[in-house]
Write a protein that binds this ligand. Sequence first.
Ligand SMILES: NC(=O)C1=CN([C@@H]2O[C@H](COP(=O)(O)OP(=O)(O)OC[C@H]3O[C@@H](n4cnc5c(N)ncnc54)[C@H](OP(=O)(O)O)[C@@H]3O)[C@@H](O)[C@H]2O)C=CC1
Ligand SMILES: CC(C)(CO)C(=O)C(=O)O
Length: 375
Amino acid sequence: MSGATADAPSLTGHRIAVLGAGANGSGIGADLARAGLDVTFVDQWPANVETIRQRGVRVESPTGAEVTEVPVLHLCEAAELRTRFDVVLLLVKAYDTRWACELIKPYVAGDGVVVGVQNGMTTGDIVEIMGSHRALGAVIEVTAAMEEPGIVMRHSGHDRSWFAVGAPDRASEHHVPTAAAILRHAGVVEITDDIASAKWMKLVLNAAELVPSAILDLSIADCARFEGMREIMLEAGNEAIRAAQLLGLRIRPIFGMTGQAASAPETFVETVLDELLAEYVLPHSRSTVLQDWSKGRRAEVREINGAVVDALTRFGEPAPVNRAVVELALEIEAGRLTPGTHLQAVLAARIADLRRPTASARPAVADDPYPLRRT
Ligand SMILES: NC(=O)C1=CN([C@@H]2O[C@H](COP(=O)(O)OP(=O)(O)OC[C@H]3O[C@@H](n4cnc5c(N)ncnc54)[C@H](OP(=O)(O)O)[C@@H]3O)[C@@H](O)[C@H]2O)C=CC1
Ligand SMILES: CC(C)(CO)C(=O)C(=O)O
């Protein structure tokens, strides 16, 4: 399976690490191990490391369950590594990117690469720590959850998982075919020459779907049907589209979609949201934000909706919908609000308030002092 073809390099002898053996890391890592690749998990959750070490990783999907043995190291054991990794697939949360890169850096081969397979605009952080010659970005579209250590529930299997991979600049372009060949063992892979735009387009979708639905404690599908929420979700996405335009990014389709509607600024959000609901998420499945909150963990709020607020604020434009979403979400994380449908009215009122011409200027999210309940 790992032999070279004209456009796929040989992966024989490549040492691959999956840093962050959560829902996606474990699911993807199991795919790679089953394909015969040399893959090792590196994770910091002791119960997860112990379970995978003793019983392998169990991936449950609509087509059945499979257990795969994958070597696993706790982060503290990384120093025991005698060889260095050629490719590190980074599958920690966006906010954990910097420390994870710092930690793995000594164990990445000189000509190795770290690939950020995450939601959020993490590629810049990877470049800063690894150098631009050792950093790639990737978009990921799958649906997976890890409710218990060592067990992944996956709605999208190989047949549905979709990735886009690309280099932030020319210095790491040579790594792209290898990263794509690896990820092809876990799904469909598109190579992009504009990874920043591709990742922002996923962020547009995430801004519309994830935190707004979690605030109401609803699945994305149920939220889109809840009175007044589809409009708010689309507006959140459209603010992110406006930010893309100001940032000079291209509006481009994701999930391999084709057609004008998926690349036009006016129709992108609605088209992609509907495709997501039809193809990727189960009607009642809980988004990663709800999963994080139910585990008492921080969600990628600042990294998704907060990134939209910060981009628009930089250009002197308002972002009332994303700002209201961030404010409510951070109040939830601080334990001052409880998610639920009662928050729809609160969210709508907060947006209306922020839209008033007299609304006082607010700082960028990165500078705001909301206390977070960190775990
Ligand atoms: N899951 C999905 O459907 C999708 C996720 N993504 C993105 O993929 C990236 C990785 O996300 P995902 O795999 O979902 O993240 P997970 O939360 O499943 O895993 C991330 C890390 O969180 C820790 N962790 C997870 N569950 C627990 C728990 N119950 N108790 C303690 N620690 C736990 C683990 O280690 P540690 O202690 O080291 O943090 C794990 O490595 C994110 O950027 C996400 O937005 C993108 C598309 C879909
Ligand atoms: C909803 C989904 C699976 C797809 O956009 C996602 O990205 C998430 O839950 O983080």
